[in-house]
Design a protein around this ligand. Structure first.
Ligand SMILES: Cc1cc2nc3c(=O)[nH]c(=O)nc-3n(C[C@H](O)[C@H](O)[C@H](O)COP(=O)(O)O)c2cc1C
Length: 216
């Protein structure tokens, strides 16, 4: 017997397809040797590689193309405040017109602005973020055009650093219970499955749910 589906689906012109991905703070080196740091969440993983979706106007994209390396610092939910402080900032000077219109401003010291600590890397020039329990030093293996204004950067993990308390003792595995990643869903921040912080990005994008908090 064929069951009749009771659930109603509606067809939409969906404006945003950010269904939920971990937030990464990507550190890269500027042309003068200083560090840039940017939140991003269009990242997925396969084997020892990762694909990163980055807008062409990001300073980070420029740095990755020139330097060929970066650090992916995975963000725990407790660092949501630092991520939100970085949200309206860019390392590009002057600020690209479309970003300026969204309220972005130039910040040469992103670590300082977010209250985060640079930690020397071992195989790449860009520093790690000491406060992030998972830090992946990476080399860029390819950059592919993606959509109209972005690139997909293929990076390979050359060295992984994990805070000891998150490692399953005697193994090379992260404890999935201990690791609570900050998740970005439709521009809102989630940790442990609940909405944990108002989002500057959601506000800049004028998302209909902006101002949402843990309290609802
Ligand atoms: C939580 C969060 C996630 C983001 N995800 C991405 C992303 O996946 N790709 C991207 O290009 N920009 C993303 N952004 C926007 C960048 O952080 C923004 O373009 C920033 O200006 C980049 O800094 P930069 O210009 O110094 O590289 C995200 C921002 C936030 C706050």
């Amino acid at each position: 017997m064929i069951e009749v589906e009771a659930v109603l689906h509606v067809s939409l012109d969906l404006k945003v397809l950010y269904f939920g991905t971990p937030v990464v703070l990507i550190s890269s080196r500027n042309e003068d040797g200083s560090a840039n740091l940017a939140p991003m969440s269009s990242a997925w993983w396969l084997g020892q590689s990762c694909m990163l979706g980055l807008g062409n106007r990001a300073k980070t994209s420029e740095n990755l193309l020139r330097e060929g390396e970066c650090v992916l610092n995975l963000v725990p939910s407790g660092l949501v405040g630092a991520v939100d402080l970085l949200a309206p900032l860019t390392g590009s000077n002057p600020v690209p017109e479309r970003k300026a219109a969204k309220g972005y401003r130039y910040e040469p010291d992103k670590f300082g602005a977010a209250g985060l600590t640079p930690q020397a890397s071992e195989v790449v020039g860009a520093p790690r973020v000491r406060e992030c329990p998972v830090q992946l030093e990476c080399r860029v293996e390819g950059a592919h055009a993606f959509g109209e204004n972005a690139r997909a950067f293929e990076v390979r993990v050359e060295r992984a650093h994990v805070e000891e308390r998150l490692v399953i003792p005697g193994t090379d595995y992260v404890d999935p219970i201990g690791w609570d990643p900050l998740i970005m869903k439709f521009c809102e921040f989630f940790g442990g499955g609940t909405n944990i912080h108002a989002s500057a990005l959601a506000s800049a994008w004028r998302m209909p749910h902006q101002g949402m908090t843990a309290a609802g």
